[in-house]
Design a protein around this ligand. Structure first.
Ligand code: FAD
Length: 376
């Protein structure tokens, strides 16, 4: 598509900001519409594999990513009760060379800030909640809750698990509650003096787990996230505050090192974990979906954000390559569906990295390598 193409991105999440940055870099006129009135520092971390580093490299952000977050020395799996180490996968220089980039843990708000820093001023228009869209033949008309009506040549739905753009394409389908609640906390390391803590550890129980890691090289702030079964919740239950006891009650017989860490938690919050069943319809006409809007996964493989960022790279390449939106969107979906399908399946199994196994296919993936050209 040529650079006169007006691109509207709905949602300034990880996927939306990334695709906007890549398309803007290629000369497209991009506007991002975000329902929130501003960004704020929500307390949560995110784990990102080498494929994300490859995309941020294109945006000139790889160094900042590494400097802002932490390159954990390893991903460690331990049994929740005995503490037995089940896996200790090093993320050393050799692993980085093999995968083609760093494995980074970072605070989500810091990642947002980095992605936003690559956009031209006023690219993101805050306070605009999309209500619906209509194809007009040679474009798309977008209607927002505040009365704004905007026109675009193509629309990218990056509006997350409750996507309005998805609803316009596929009809109303509520997200699926997976029967587990996420308990999350960010707290100063100083609250757990003397408690041993590796850079990134997943503690595995039979029907529940805990992930604990640092989000900066300073290692002065801990992020802990647990997933526990709870049938009293559903997809519409709003996030709620929890407490240290929510963690402790969920892991009464945990290994002492984990118990001590959980005892140090504060600012605890709960939210229902949801995903969506796989649907392989990712676009219609001039409108296309990406990230959680089309393939929300369970956060048990720590891959949903990475999938959104990889989508952004492949979608931007397809938009740049093809003249017709339908061709671009079909090629993008054909490249992405098999990979995302594997990630959806493994995320649902909750088996990733529990024990040593083949990881090159996941960490070594390069979203700039798959051929997007017509000949392919
Ligand atoms: C507990 C938990 C832990 C996770 N941990 C990891 C991890 O370690 N690693 C990883 O890779 N992934 C992780 N994920 C998954 C990851 O957070 C998501 O997959 C990722 O944020 C999806 O990005 P996105 O851009 O598609 O959507 P989002 O980040 O959800 O962004 C969507 C944006 O669209 C906006 N929006 C929504 N509706 C509208 C509308 N109607 N109009 C305008 N704007 C709208 C929203 O306000 C939001 O800014 C985790 C998820 C959870 C729940």
């Amino acid at each position: 598509m040529d650079h006169m193409t007006r691109v509207a991105v709905i949602g300034a999440g990880l996927g939306g900001l990334t695709v906007a940055g890549l398309l803007q870099r290629d000369g497209f006129a991009v506007t991002v519409f975000e329902q929130a009135s501003e960004f704020w520092r929500i307390g949560a971390g995110i784990i990102l594999g080498a494929s994300t580093a490859k995309v941020l490299r294109r945006l000139g952000l790889e160094e900042a990513l590494v400097q802002t977050g932490i390159r954990p020395d390893a991903f460690v799996s331990r049994d929740v009760a005995t503490g037995t180490v089940l896996n200790d996968m090093p993320f050393d220089a050799a692993a980085e060379a093999r995968f083609g980039g760093a494995f980074v843990n970072i605070h989500r708000a810091d990642l947002h800030r980095l992605l936003l820093s690559r956009l031209a001023p006023r690219t993101v228009r805050f306070g605009h909640r999309l209500l619906g869209l209509d194809e007009t033949g040679d474009g798309v008309r977008l209607s927002f809750a505040d009365g704004l009506v905007a026109e675009a040549d193509i629309v990218i739905g990056a509006d997350g698990i409750r996507s309005v753009v998805r609803e316009a394409i596929l009809g109303h389908e509520p997200p699926r509650y997976v029967g587990k609640v996420a308990i999350r906390a960010v707290f100063p390391r100083a609250r757990a003096p003397g408690v041993p803590m590796r850079d990134c550890t997943k503690w595995w129980g039979e029907d529940r787990h805990v992930l604990a890691y640092f989000m900066t090289e300073r290692r002065d702030e801990c992020y802990v996230m647990a997933a526990i079964p709870d049938d009293r919740w559903d997809a519409d239950t709003p996030p709620a505050p929890g407490s240290r006891d929510t963690f402790l009650d969920a892991f009464p017989t945990a290994h002492p090192e984990l118990r001590q860490l959980l005892m140090a938690t504060e600012n605890v919050s709960l939210l229902p974990i949801c995903d969506r069943p796989r649907r392989d319809v990712w676009s219609s006409g001039r409108t296309v979906l990406m990230g959680d809007a089309c393939h929300a996964v369970r956060p048990f493989m720590a891959a949903g954000g990475a999938m959104a960022i990889e989508d952004a790279a492949v979608l931007a390449r397809a938009i740049t390559t093809f003249d017709e939106p339908e061709q671009a969107f079909a090629r993008y979906a054909a490249i992405r569906i098999p990979r995302v399908g594997d990630v959806q399946r493994i995320s649902a199994e909750n088996s990733w990295l529990r024990v040593p196994g083949e990881t090159d296919w996941f960490f070594g993936y390069d979203p700039f390598a798959a051929p997007v050209d017509r000949a392919a």
